[in-house]
Design a protein around this ligand. Structure first.
Ligand code: ASP
Length: 336
């Protein structure tokens, strides 16, 4: 008798927690869905298997964090922030530690977070000592009446919010320094001020879009920008509607040539096509990535209000992961 009571005490909570993590049968309506990306500039297909595997493992960890949080019932905004923080901490990606260098050999970081259910949004641009720019972006959203703070003002705000700070060289990695040297050398040889067209020199931004179990949508994006960028250059990632956006119809995070994403208001154009044109998230994403942007400009991840996911890019690959409550869980770099 005592034995069977003990069994119940042990097994009932176990069954309950398994049920919370269990996925719904494929085909049933999606309760929650998440997509992440780690940039549209990837290694080549024939790169050493261990290097490709390191990216897959990092994406797998971040997607697992997001999936488990959503299965527990966490809110879209919290999941987006937590996942992007994890990716910012990983030196493989061009966000937080591992961010690219600007032409002066320093790091200027951009980030944006947006809540589609309230249209609240916060962003920072050109921050230099903030360990997790995405968290500061959220604080802009929640503790100011503004949307975007930049440079010294954002740094001063970081001090008042007591967010974690690091010296600028904490973001350094050898790999990124070598790429800067290569970019500056090419520039000196050719006299061109433009970015080299080879995307592996530039990208690696991180992003996350979520539809949570209450149906709320959110998007978050964080980046070091482009290697060798001008001091003071701001990309698309902290610009709501360009590289990051969420409303009641969809949530989008982009990666690629930021100037192009700004010119074409890429993220908002995708949700607008859904809102006014009745397109699916896949149709809207395809139209913008393949017909508005130029080949090799980059890509996006998106989710709609029903939890349908899209990951579309026009570059050689895009580090990405997609998961939902129906048991979908996939991490990819290239097409297959
Ligand atoms: N879109 C980013 C920027 O232009 C770069 C990237 O996605 O890697 O700042």
């Amino acid at each position: 008798m005592q034995h069977s009571l003990m069994n119940w005490i042990v097994f009932v909570p176990l069954i309950a927690s398994l049920a919370a993590c269990a996925s719904s049968p494929p085909g049933s309506p999606v309760k929650w869905a998440i997509a992440i990306h780690g940039g549209a500039g990837t290694l080549e297909r024939d790169a050493p298997a261990a290097e490709l595997q390191a990216y897959r493992t990092a994406l797998d960890e971040a997607l697992t964090l997001g999936r488990d949080a959503l299965a527990r019932g966490d809110a879209a905004l919290d999941v987006c922030e937590a996942v992007v923080r994890m990716l910012e901490d990983n030196p493989l990606f061009n966000a937080g530690r591992g961010a690219v260098f600007n032409e002066q050999g320093e790091h200027e970081l951009d980030a944006c977070i947006m809540d589609g259910s309230t249209m609240q949004c916060g962003a920072v641009a050109g921050v230099r000592t903030v360990k997790h720019p995405i968290t500061l972006a959220r604080k802009v959203m929640e503790h100011t009446r503004h949307v975007l703070l930049m440079g010294d003002g954002a740094e001063q705000f970081a001090t008042s919010m007591e967010v974690e700070r690091v010296p600028n060289n904490w973001f350094d990695t050898e790999k990124r320094r070598r790429v800067l040297e290569e970019v500056l050398k090419k520039r000196a040889e050719t006299g061109a001020l433009e970015q080299p067209t080879d995307k592996k020199f530039t990208y690696g931004t991180v992003g996350c879009v979520v539809r949570d179990s209450k149906g709320h949508l959110a998007a978050a994006t964080s980046t070091g920008g482009l290697t060798g960028k001008r001091w003071g250059r701001v990309g698309d990632s902290p610009i709501a509607g360009a590289g990051n956006y969420a409303d009641a119809f969809g949530a989008v995070s982009g990666t690629g040539t930021g100037e192009q994403f700004i010119r074409h208001a890429v993220a908002r154009t995708i949700t607008a096509r859904m809102q006014f044109g009745g397109e699916t998230v896949a149709q809207a994403a395809d139209a913008v990535v393949f017909h508005t942007l130029q080949p090799d400009d980059g890509g996006i991840i998106a989710v709609d209000r029903n939890g349908n996911l899209a990951a579309v890019y026009n570059s050689g690959g895009m580090y990405r992961g997609l998961a939902d409550s129906n048991g979908r869980f996939e991490v990819r770099i290239f097409e297959d």
